[in-house]
Design a protein around this ligand. Sequence first.
Ligand SMILES: Cc1cc2nc3c(=O)[nH]c(=O)nc-3n(C[C@H](O)[C@H](O)[C@H](O)COP(=O)(O)O)c2cc1C
Length: 188
Amino acid sequence: MTIKVKAIIGSTSSTSYNLKLVNYMAKRYKEELEIIPVLINDLDMFSIDIESDPSPAVRAFKDDVKDSDAVLFATPEYNFSIPGAMKNALDWLSRGGDFTLHGKTGFIVGSSMGALGSVRAQIHLREILSNPALSPILLPGNEVYIGAIHTKLNEEGDVTDEATIAFLDTVVQNFIEFYKKQTAISQL
Ligand SMILES: Cc1cc2nc3c(=O)[nH]c(=O)nc-3n(C[C@H](O)[C@H](O)[C@H](O)COP(=O)(O)O)c2cc1C
């Protein structure tokens, strides 16, 4: 059984390293996980004024995330936090009364060109996701901070750094175990 994972890409860049990382993970773990990137580029800026009648892009985004077994958050770091576009996407997911992320198992990865690999962004992301209106069931620990990402991918976008690959393998296996346990608990 493959686990259908929708991967919310926190970058709107057409050359995003975080998107490349997710595409690499989709290839490497395809036997166990069906990882599908979800782009947030077309979302309107959240406003209470349009909340009750969101655009087709917002509806499609929420439906896309909903149609999953689990969610992966892949975030860069902008000015020591998550990009505004990612925050906007989460604001949409938190509203409308459908609580899209409730009951969804999830995990986080992040990369940046700097040495610290999005650590500050991910600390903020975990804090934001702990809001009761979001609250996915996040894999604890397993913090994936990939620094200097531009030196760790080849032309095809594959990760070439052995230590990074080994760590991703471990985290993905931990996530799969966690997902199975959570699913068993929810069926009790
Ligand atoms: C507005 C802006 C702010 C940034 N701030 C940070 C930062 O605080 N820490 C960091 O490590 N990298 C920072 N960066 C560099 C990003 O890590 C780098 O652009 C990375 O490639 C973004 O991810 P992406 O390729 O998936 O879009 C910043 C980049 C931009 C455009």
